[in-house]
Design a binder for this molecule. Sequence first.
Ligand code: ATP
Length: 327
Amino acid sequence: MSETTTERPAADIVFDHVTKRYPGQETPALDDLSMTVPAGETCCLVGPSGGGKTTAMKLVNRLIDFESGDITIGGNSIRAVDVTTLRRDIGYVIQQVGLFPHMTIAGNIAVIPGLLGWSKDRIRKRTDELLDLVRLDRSFGTRYPAQLSGGQQQRVGLARALAVDPPVMLMDEPFGALDPITRTEIQDEFLNLESEISKTVIFVTHDIDEAIKMGDKIAVLRQGGVLAQYGTADELLAHPADDYVADFVGADRGLKRLSLRRMREVVNGSAAAPDDAPAVDADASLRIGLSTLFASGASAVRVTDGGRVLGAVTLDQLQSAVTRSTS
Ligand SMILES: Nc1ncnc2c1ncn2[C@@H]1O[C@H](COP(=O)(O)OP(=O)(O)OP(=O)(O)O)[C@@H](O)[C@H]1O
Protein backbone atom coordinates (compact mmCIF):
# COMPACT_ATOMS: atom_id res chain seq x y z
CA MET A 1 0.00 0.00 0.00
CA SER A 2 1.11 3.55 -0.53
CA GLU A 3 2.38 6.06 2.02
CA THR A 4 -1.12 7.53 2.32
CA THR A 5 -2.40 4.53 4.26
CA THR A 6 -1.41 3.42 7.69
CA GLU A 7 -1.21 -0.33 6.91
CA ARG A 8 -2.79 -1.47 10.11
CA PRO A 9 -3.05 -5.22 10.61
CA ALA A 10 -6.46 -6.86 10.95
CA ALA A 11 -7.57 -7.82 14.47
CA ASP A 12 -9.68 -10.72 15.67
CA ILE A 13 -13.17 -10.06 17.04
CA VAL A 14 -14.30 -12.18 19.96
CA PHE A 15 -17.89 -12.39 21.23
CA ASP A 16 -17.71 -13.80 24.74
CA HIS A 17 -21.09 -14.87 26.15
CA VAL A 18 -22.82 -11.74 24.86
CA THR A 19 -26.49 -11.28 25.70
CA LYS A 20 -28.61 -8.31 24.60
CA ARG A 21 -32.12 -7.74 25.84
CA TYR A 22 -33.99 -4.64 24.65
CA PRO A 23 -36.06 -2.84 27.29
CA GLY A 24 -39.58 -4.22 27.48
CA GLN A 25 -38.76 -7.36 25.43
CA GLU A 26 -39.39 -10.76 26.98
CA THR A 27 -36.89 -12.69 24.92
CA PRO A 28 -33.33 -11.56 24.34
CA ALA A 29 -32.42 -10.24 20.89
CA LEU A 30 -29.08 -12.01 21.31
CA ASP A 31 -28.68 -14.92 23.67
CA ASP A 32 -25.25 -15.86 25.06
CA LEU A 33 -23.37 -15.43 21.80
CA SER A 34 -19.82 -16.74 21.85
CA MET A 35 -17.70 -16.91 18.70
CA THR A 36 -14.36 -15.73 17.36
CA VAL A 37 -13.87 -14.10 13.99
CA PRO A 38 -10.16 -14.61 13.27
CA ALA A 39 -8.13 -11.62 12.08
CA GLY A 40 -8.46 -11.08 8.34
CA GLU A 41 -11.52 -13.31 7.92
CA THR A 42 -15.06 -12.46 6.86
CA CYS A 43 -17.89 -13.74 9.04
CA CYS A 44 -21.35 -13.66 7.49
CA LEU A 45 -24.25 -13.44 9.90
CA VAL A 46 -27.39 -15.08 8.54
CA GLY A 47 -30.71 -16.02 10.08
CA PRO A 48 -34.41 -15.19 10.06
CA SER A 49 -35.76 -11.66 10.25
CA GLY A 50 -35.56 -10.64 13.90
CA GLY A 51 -32.88 -13.26 14.61
CA GLY A 52 -30.45 -10.70 16.00
CA LYS A 53 -28.02 -10.21 13.08
CA THR A 54 -28.07 -6.43 13.05
CA THR A 55 -28.04 -6.31 16.82
CA ALA A 56 -24.91 -8.50 16.96
CA MET A 57 -23.21 -6.26 14.42
CA LYS A 58 -24.16 -2.96 16.02
CA LEU A 59 -22.85 -4.10 19.39
CA VAL A 60 -19.36 -4.17 17.89
CA ASN A 61 -19.21 -0.43 17.20
CA ARG A 62 -21.34 0.29 20.25
CA LEU A 63 -24.29 1.68 18.34
CA ILE A 64 -26.14 -0.59 20.76
CA ASP A 65 -25.13 -1.33 24.35
CA PHE A 66 -25.23 -4.73 25.99
CA GLU A 67 -25.48 -5.89 29.57
CA SER A 68 -23.66 -9.16 29.87
CA GLY A 69 -20.60 -10.71 28.31
CA ASP A 70 -17.87 -8.92 26.43
CA ILE A 71 -16.64 -8.20 22.91
CA THR A 72 -12.95 -7.77 22.27
CA ILE A 73 -11.12 -6.53 19.19
CA GLY A 74 -7.48 -7.53 19.03
CA GLY A 75 -7.72 -8.56 22.68
CA ASN A 76 -9.09 -5.22 23.93
CA SER A 77 -12.60 -4.93 25.31
CA ILE A 78 -14.66 -2.52 23.21
CA ARG A 79 -15.96 -1.07 26.47
CA ALA A 80 -12.45 -0.04 27.49
CA VAL A 81 -11.99 2.14 24.39
CA ASP A 82 -13.37 5.64 23.91
CA VAL A 83 -16.37 5.26 21.57
CA THR A 84 -15.16 7.83 19.02
CA THR A 85 -11.78 6.12 18.74
CA LEU A 86 -13.48 2.73 18.52
CA ARG A 87 -15.69 3.84 15.62
CA ARG A 88 -12.80 5.39 13.71
CA ASP A 89 -11.16 1.98 13.73
CA ILE A 90 -14.25 0.30 12.34
CA GLY A 91 -15.43 0.82 8.76
CA TYR A 92 -19.21 0.76 8.51
CA VAL A 93 -21.11 0.04 5.32
CA ILE A 94 -24.91 -0.09 5.23
CA GLN A 95 -27.49 -0.80 2.55
CA GLN A 96 -28.75 2.79 2.47
CA VAL A 97 -25.16 3.99 1.91
CA GLY A 98 -25.83 7.25 3.76
CA LEU A 99 -23.68 9.61 1.69
CA PHE A 100 -23.98 13.30 2.52
CA PRO A 101 -26.00 14.66 -0.44
CA HIS A 102 -24.57 18.19 -0.33
CA MET A 103 -20.94 16.99 -0.37
CA THR A 104 -18.99 15.81 -3.40
CA ILE A 105 -17.87 12.19 -3.64
CA ALA A 106 -14.33 13.22 -2.71
CA GLY A 107 -15.74 15.18 0.23
CA ASN A 108 -17.73 12.17 1.39
CA ILE A 109 -14.71 9.87 1.23
CA ALA A 110 -12.60 12.43 3.09
CA VAL A 111 -14.87 12.89 6.11
CA ILE A 112 -12.88 10.83 8.60
CA PRO A 113 -9.41 11.70 7.28
CA GLY A 114 -10.54 15.34 7.60
CA LEU A 115 -11.63 14.79 11.20
CA LEU A 116 -8.25 13.22 11.87
CA GLY A 117 -6.53 16.34 10.56
CA TRP A 118 -4.83 14.81 7.53
CA SER A 119 -3.19 17.32 5.16
CA LYS A 120 -5.06 18.28 1.97
CA ASP A 121 -2.40 16.61 -0.12
CA ARG A 122 -2.58 13.34 1.81
CA ILE A 123 -6.39 13.35 1.59
CA ARG A 124 -6.31 13.97 -2.16
CA LYS A 125 -3.87 11.11 -2.73
CA ARG A 126 -5.86 8.76 -0.51
CA THR A 127 -9.14 9.68 -2.25
CA ASP A 128 -7.64 8.91 -5.66
CA GLU A 129 -6.23 5.65 -4.33
CA LEU A 130 -9.63 4.64 -2.92
CA LEU A 131 -11.50 5.54 -6.11
CA ASP A 132 -9.04 3.30 -7.97
CA LEU A 133 -9.53 0.55 -5.40
CA VAL A 134 -13.31 0.50 -5.80
CA ARG A 135 -12.98 0.89 -9.58
CA LEU A 136 -14.54 4.31 -9.98
CA ASP A 137 -13.00 6.84 -12.34
CA ARG A 138 -11.18 9.55 -10.41
CA SER A 139 -13.35 12.16 -12.16
CA PHE A 140 -16.23 10.94 -9.96
CA GLY A 141 -14.59 12.79 -7.09
CA THR A 142 -16.16 16.09 -8.11
CA ARG A 143 -19.68 14.72 -8.60
CA TYR A 144 -22.49 14.65 -6.04
CA PRO A 145 -24.14 11.45 -4.76
CA ALA A 146 -27.39 12.09 -6.67
CA GLN A 147 -25.38 11.98 -9.91
CA LEU A 148 -24.32 8.37 -9.30
CA SER A 149 -26.12 5.04 -9.79
CA GLY A 150 -26.97 2.89 -6.78
CA GLY A 151 -24.01 0.58 -7.45
CA GLN A 152 -21.64 3.52 -7.83
CA GLN A 153 -22.91 5.03 -4.57
CA GLN A 154 -22.33 1.72 -2.83
CA ARG A 155 -18.73 1.72 -4.10
CA VAL A 156 -18.29 5.20 -2.64
CA GLY A 157 -19.73 3.93 0.65
CA LEU A 158 -17.10 1.21 0.58
CA ALA A 159 -14.32 3.67 -0.23
CA ARG A 160 -15.43 5.93 2.60
CA ALA A 161 -15.44 3.01 5.06
CA LEU A 162 -11.91 2.08 3.97
CA ALA A 163 -10.56 5.63 4.09
CA VAL A 164 -8.39 5.35 7.19
CA ASP A 165 -7.65 1.66 6.67
CA PRO A 166 -9.63 0.34 9.64
CA PRO A 167 -8.71 -3.15 10.88
CA VAL A 168 -12.41 -4.05 11.17
CA MET A 169 -15.34 -3.60 8.79
CA LEU A 170 -19.02 -3.98 9.61
CA MET A 171 -21.27 -4.44 6.59
CA ASP A 172 -25.04 -4.54 7.01
CA GLU A 173 -26.65 -5.96 3.86
CA PRO A 174 -24.29 -3.74 1.89
CA PHE A 175 -25.32 -5.01 -1.54
CA GLY A 176 -28.95 -5.82 -0.70
CA ALA A 177 -30.48 -2.97 -2.70
CA LEU A 178 -28.56 -3.63 -5.91
CA ASP A 179 -29.83 -5.41 -9.01
CA PRO A 180 -28.49 -8.98 -9.40
CA ILE A 181 -25.86 -8.14 -12.04
CA THR A 182 -24.41 -5.14 -10.19
CA ARG A 183 -24.58 -7.14 -6.99
CA THR A 184 -22.54 -10.04 -8.40
CA GLU A 185 -20.05 -7.58 -9.87
CA ILE A 186 -19.54 -5.69 -6.62
CA GLN A 187 -19.38 -8.94 -4.60
CA ASP A 188 -16.59 -10.17 -6.90
CA GLU A 189 -14.77 -6.88 -6.60
CA PHE A 190 -15.04 -6.92 -2.84
CA LEU A 191 -13.61 -10.44 -2.76
CA ASN A 192 -10.70 -9.27 -4.94
CA LEU A 193 -10.19 -6.24 -2.79
CA GLU A 194 -10.17 -8.35 0.35
CA SER A 195 -7.34 -10.42 -1.04
CA GLU A 196 -5.32 -7.19 -1.33
CA ILE A 197 -6.23 -5.60 1.99
CA SER A 198 -6.52 -7.60 5.17
CA LYS A 199 -9.66 -6.76 7.17
CA THR A 200 -11.76 -8.59 9.70
CA VAL A 201 -15.29 -8.28 8.37
CA ILE A 202 -18.71 -8.92 9.88
CA PHE A 203 -21.19 -9.08 7.03
CA VAL A 204 -24.95 -9.29 7.63
CA THR A 205 -27.03 -10.79 4.85
CA HIS A 206 -30.43 -12.41 4.32
CA ASP A 207 -29.10 -14.39 1.44
CA ILE A 208 -27.44 -17.74 2.17
CA ASP A 209 -25.89 -17.82 -1.30
CA GLU A 210 -24.25 -14.47 -0.65
CA ALA A 211 -22.99 -15.78 2.71
CA ILE A 212 -21.53 -18.89 1.04
CA LYS A 213 -19.79 -16.72 -1.52
CA MET A 214 -18.51 -13.97 0.77
CA GLY A 215 -17.91 -15.66 4.13
CA ASP A 216 -14.80 -17.46 5.34
CA LYS A 217 -17.14 -18.40 8.15
CA ILE A 218 -20.91 -18.28 8.50
CA ALA A 219 -22.82 -17.79 11.75
CA VAL A 220 -26.42 -19.02 11.53
CA LEU A 221 -28.67 -17.42 14.12
CA ARG A 222 -32.14 -18.61 14.97
CA GLN A 223 -35.15 -16.76 16.42
CA GLY A 224 -34.30 -15.46 19.89
CA GLY A 225 -30.71 -14.65 18.92
CA VAL A 226 -29.32 -18.11 19.57
CA LEU A 227 -26.33 -19.23 17.53
CA ALA A 228 -27.42 -22.37 15.70
CA GLN A 229 -24.07 -23.09 14.01
CA TYR A 230 -20.79 -21.38 13.27
CA GLY A 231 -18.39 -22.76 10.71
CA THR A 232 -17.14 -22.59 7.15
CA ALA A 233 -19.66 -22.83 4.32
CA ASP A 234 -18.32 -26.28 3.57
CA GLU A 235 -18.89 -27.43 7.17
CA LEU A 236 -22.42 -26.05 7.25
CA LEU A 237 -23.34 -27.60 3.92
CA ALA A 238 -21.72 -30.96 4.64
CA HIS A 239 -22.68 -31.25 8.30
CA PRO A 240 -25.55 -28.95 9.30
CA ALA A 241 -25.88 -29.07 13.10
CA ASP A 242 -29.62 -29.76 13.02
CA ASP A 243 -32.75 -29.67 10.87
CA TYR A 244 -33.04 -25.90 11.29
CA VAL A 245 -29.61 -25.28 9.77
CA ALA A 246 -30.17 -27.94 7.09
CA ASP A 247 -33.39 -26.18 6.14
CA PHE A 248 -31.72 -22.80 6.23
CA VAL A 249 -28.84 -23.73 3.93
CA GLY A 250 -31.31 -25.37 1.54
CA ALA A 251 -32.28 -28.81 0.30
CA ASP A 252 -29.82 -28.33 -2.56
CA ARG A 253 -26.88 -28.15 -0.16
CA GLY A 254 -25.04 -30.91 -2.04
CA LEU A 255 -25.14 -28.84 -5.21
CA LYS A 256 -24.25 -25.69 -3.29
CA ARG A 257 -21.20 -27.46 -1.94
CA LEU A 258 -20.19 -28.19 -5.53
CA SER A 259 -20.00 -24.42 -6.03
CA LEU A 260 -17.20 -24.25 -3.48
CA ARG A 261 -14.84 -26.54 -5.36
CA ARG A 262 -12.95 -25.97 -8.58
CA MET A 263 -12.62 -28.38 -11.48
CA ARG A 264 -8.82 -28.39 -11.09
CA GLU A 265 -9.27 -30.02 -7.64
CA VAL A 266 -10.89 -33.15 -9.09
CA VAL A 267 -9.46 -33.40 -12.59
CA ASN A 268 -7.91 -36.71 -13.44
CA GLY A 269 -4.73 -35.93 -15.38
CA SER A 270 -4.31 -39.44 -16.71
CA ALA A 271 -7.84 -39.74 -18.10
CA ALA A 272 -8.29 -38.69 -21.72
CA ALA A 273 -11.48 -36.80 -22.48
CA PRO A 274 -13.65 -38.25 -25.25
CA ASP A 275 -13.68 -36.34 -28.54
CA ASP A 276 -17.15 -34.92 -27.98
CA ALA A 277 -16.36 -33.69 -24.46
CA PRO A 278 -17.14 -30.01 -23.89
CA ALA A 279 -14.40 -27.85 -22.36
CA VAL A 280 -14.67 -26.38 -18.86
CA ASP A 281 -12.19 -23.98 -17.35
CA ALA A 282 -10.05 -25.41 -14.51
CA ASP A 283 -11.19 -22.58 -12.24
CA ALA A 284 -14.89 -23.15 -12.92
CA SER A 285 -16.86 -24.70 -10.06
CA LEU A 286 -17.90 -28.35 -10.02
CA ARG A 287 -21.44 -27.06 -10.31
CA ILE A 288 -20.63 -25.45 -13.66
CA GLY A 289 -18.90 -28.69 -14.66
CA LEU A 290 -22.01 -30.71 -13.82
CA SER A 291 -24.26 -28.28 -15.62
CA THR A 292 -22.03 -28.37 -18.72
CA LEU A 293 -22.05 -32.15 -18.65
CA PHE A 294 -25.83 -32.35 -18.40
CA ALA A 295 -26.34 -29.74 -21.11
CA SER A 296 -24.05 -31.55 -23.57
CA GLY A 297 -25.03 -35.14 -22.88
CA ALA A 298 -21.34 -36.14 -23.05
CA SER A 299 -19.85 -38.69 -20.62
CA ALA A 300 -17.06 -36.39 -19.43
CA VAL A 301 -15.83 -32.81 -19.66
CA ARG A 302 -12.39 -31.71 -20.77
CA VAL A 303 -10.76 -29.46 -18.19
CA THR A 304 -8.68 -26.67 -19.69
CA ASP A 305 -6.30 -24.14 -18.23
CA GLY A 306 -5.44 -21.29 -20.57
CA GLY A 307 -5.77 -23.52 -23.64
CA ARG A 308 -3.88 -26.45 -22.07
CA VAL A 309 -5.93 -29.62 -21.47
CA LEU A 310 -5.43 -30.86 -17.90
CA GLY A 311 -7.51 -34.01 -18.24
CA ALA A 312 -11.09 -35.17 -17.90
CA VAL A 313 -13.80 -35.23 -15.26
CA THR A 314 -16.57 -37.79 -15.53
CA LEU A 315 -20.10 -37.80 -14.18
CA ASP A 316 -19.05 -40.49 -11.68
CA GLN A 317 -16.39 -38.22 -10.23
CA LEU A 318 -18.85 -35.33 -9.91
CA GLN A 319 -21.45 -37.65 -8.43
CA SER A 320 -19.03 -38.93 -5.81
CA ALA A 321 -18.26 -35.29 -4.90
CA VAL A 322 -22.02 -34.75 -4.35
CA THR A 323 -22.27 -37.96 -2.32
CA ARG A 324 -19.34 -36.97 -0.16
CA SER A 325 -20.84 -33.53 0.27
CA THR A 326 -24.09 -34.83 1.71
CA SER A 327 -22.71 -37.61 3.90
N1 ATP B 1 -34.60 -0.82 19.47
C1 ATP B 1 -35.22 -1.96 19.71
N2 ATP B 1 -36.12 -2.05 20.73
C2 ATP B 1 -36.75 -3.21 21.00
N3 ATP B 1 -36.57 -4.35 20.31
C3 ATP B 1 -35.71 -4.33 19.29
C4 ATP B 1 -34.99 -3.13 18.92
N4 ATP B 1 -34.20 -3.40 17.86
C5 ATP B 1 -34.41 -4.70 17.58
N5 ATP B 1 -35.29 -5.25 18.42
C6 ATP B 1 -35.76 -6.66 18.44
O1 ATP B 1 -34.62 -7.48 18.58
C7 ATP B 1 -34.74 -8.64 17.78
C8 ATP B 1 -33.53 -8.75 16.86
O2 ATP B 1 -33.57 -7.68 15.91
P1 ATP B 1 -32.45 -7.47 14.80
O3 ATP B 1 -32.77 -6.19 14.08
O4 ATP B 1 -31.13 -7.60 15.40
O5 ATP B 1 -32.72 -8.73 13.88
P2 ATP B 1 -32.20 -9.03 12.41
O6 ATP B 1 -31.82 -10.47 12.40
O7 ATP B 1 -31.16 -8.06 12.01
O8 ATP B 1 -33.52 -8.81 11.57
P3 ATP B 1 -33.72 -8.32 10.02
O9 ATP B 1 -33.17 -9.43 9.19
O10 ATP B 1 -35.20 -8.22 9.91
O11 ATP B 1 -33.01 -7.03 9.85
C9 ATP B 1 -36.07 -8.53 17.05
O12 ATP B 1 -37.01 -9.28 17.76
C10 ATP B 1 -36.39 -7.05 17.12
O13 ATP B 1 -37.77 -6.83 17.14
